[in-house]
Design a protein around this ligand. Structure first.
Ligand SMILES: [Zn+2]
Length: 346
């Protein structure tokens, strides 16, 4: 069906026009932290298993028992500090035990069968866009796998800034799903490393983690928009913030870019602004309390086009919000079908 322009002002962009327009190549960068998985699975995974955050991990997974007597208390209040102390003592047996327990627990987490926020997030961005996650859980990749099985393969590229239980590495060739075999050399993809001591978050390890950080810095340097969802930039991870800022560059040189932060309801907006000030040009930011209020959720698969129309060409754009309440994956994909079809034609 052809869109009829009659009566539409040149300065207005309708939903149908937004769907039809596929013209932006610049990437949208979405950064995910623990808050995203909490929002996606507020009642735990498919089997009701909670998705713990790093701070509470010793308590939630009973890891304190694996620490030396003098570190038990610290492990329950500041897991990363206790882990670092253990690391500096060089107690490899204790460290290995903790590593294995964490990897084992996160590997066992599963997405519920019904539509999950991770499916919506994956469908809302295009192949040119990236999702960089700090989370160890397998939900982002599990969702991409089940969408691909249903024929949706034009998905945003995933990057794993802290490693991930679903991602394996072949030291010679490439990355793949942990446990699968590398197509080039036949080696089994070995699980990526998850834990690093806090004073020495070695993002320059010359290996998998470094490749992920190199990629995100490159994408940050040329993206038109950065969305940060549920990542609070903990003080223990100054290295991460330093690298993100390095990628973004001098905020004065990014006068057209837009930054949006999705945080839990009731969060302190002033504090959020302060946290991300070095990645925000003057007033070019939004803080949302739900993913559904974000630019991504209101301009799915067209964030770049909507951004250009609104911010660069000062047009009045219409929202194309993702409907809420769809529980069947096929139904959700069907809603995205006009967007996917338009991309294929384009
Ligand atoms: Zn290989």
């Amino acid at each position: 069906m052809k869109w009829c322009m009659t009566g539409l002002n040149d300065l207005e962009v309708s939903v149908q026009q937004e769907i039809e327009e596929v013209s932006v190549d610049k990437p949208h960068v979405l950064l995910l932290g623990a808050g995203a998985s909490k929002a996606a699975l507020p009642n735990g995974d498919k089997n009701g298993k909670p998705v713990p955050i790093l701070r509470d991990i010793a308590r939630d997974l009973h890891l304190h028992r694996d620490f030396s007597q003098d570190l038990v208390k610290l492990s329950q209040t500041d897991f990363e500090a206790a882990y670092s102390k253990l690391f500096s003592r060089g107690d490899s047996q204790e460290l290995e035990q903790i590593n294995q327990k964490i990897a084992g627990y996160f590997s066992s987490l599963e997405l519920p069968d019904e539509v999950n926020l991770y499916d919506i997030i994956n469908l809302s961005l295009r192949e040119k866009d990236i999702i960089a996650t700090f989370n160890w859980d397998p939900f982002l990749l599990n969702s991409q796998t089940r969408l691909a099985k249903r024929g949706v393969t034009k998905l945003p590229r995933p990057y794993f800034l802290h490693g991930n239980v679903a991602v394996g590495v072949c030291s010679k060739d490439m990355v793949g799903l942990a446990g699968n075999r590398c197509r080039r050399c036949g080696n089994v993809f070995e699980a990526s490393r998850l834990l690093y001591p806090v004073e020495n978050k070695n993002y320059q390890d010359g290996d998998f983690i470094q490749s992920q950080w190199t990629a995100i810095r490159s994408y940050l340097s040329r993206c038109f928009m950065l969305t940060i969802f549920g990542y609070s930039a903990p003080k223990t991870d100054v290295e991460a913030m330093k690298l993100l800022q390095e990628g973004w560059g001098n905020v004065k040189d990014r006068p057209m870019e837009q930054t949006e932060v999705i945080n839990r309801p009731g969060a302190d907006h002033e504090a959020i602004y302060e946290t991300w000030a070095k990645l925000i040009h003057t007033h070019h930011y939004d803080i949302h309390e739900s993913f559904y209020d974000s630019f991504i959720a209101n301009h799915p698969r067209r964030t770049g086009e909507a951004y250009r129309n609104q911010y660069l060409e000062s047009k009045f754009i219409s929202d194309n919000p993702i409907p809420r309440g769809i529980t069947k994956l096929e139904q959700l994909i069907a809603w995205f079908r006009p967007l996917l079809d338009s991309e294929r034609r384009g």
